[in-house]
Design a protein around this ligand. Structure first.
Ligand SMILES: [Zn+2]
Length: 120
């Protein structure tokens, strides 16, 4: 078990703040992309209509993924405020700093995440 140092925590909090801003910007773009698909048959051919529908579906799917990630980021920021950030939600072990650097919104350690993914 290695607790996070204050400097590491500050690092991760900055990272999470940035991630939150990025995700909010992405979500705006996803919404625009999902809404502004022009399905007017008169203007676009059948193929580009299918193309437009696919693009719309992709924008909606990435919107969902971004929303979920944003929820995780909010929860991680909340855990920092509460002072129990960096622990696995499942087993309570500390999540290694190296993992948090890559994915600061992580809820679980690699072991529990793997177990959860295997179970689903
Ligand atoms: Zn765990």
């Amino acid at each position: 078990m290695s607790e996070l140092k204050a400097s590491q925590l500050t690092d991760l909090k900055n990272h999470l703040d940035e991630l939150q801003q990025q995700l909010e910007a992405f979500l705006n773009l996803d919404e625009v992309a999902a809404e502004t698909v022009d399905l007017d048959q008169g203007k676009v051919g059948r193929l580009s209509r299918i193309d437009a529908l696919q693009q719309q579906a992709m924008a909606q799917a990435s919107g969902e993924a971004h929303k979920q990630q944003l929820v995780q980021v909010h929860r991680a920021l909340h855990r920092i405020e509460e002072g129990h950030y960096g622990y696995c939600e499942e087993c309570g072990e500390t999540i290694p700093f190296a993992r948090l650097q890559v994915q600061p919104e992580s809820d679980f350690c690699v072991k529990c995440l793997q177990a959860l993914e295997d179970a689903s």
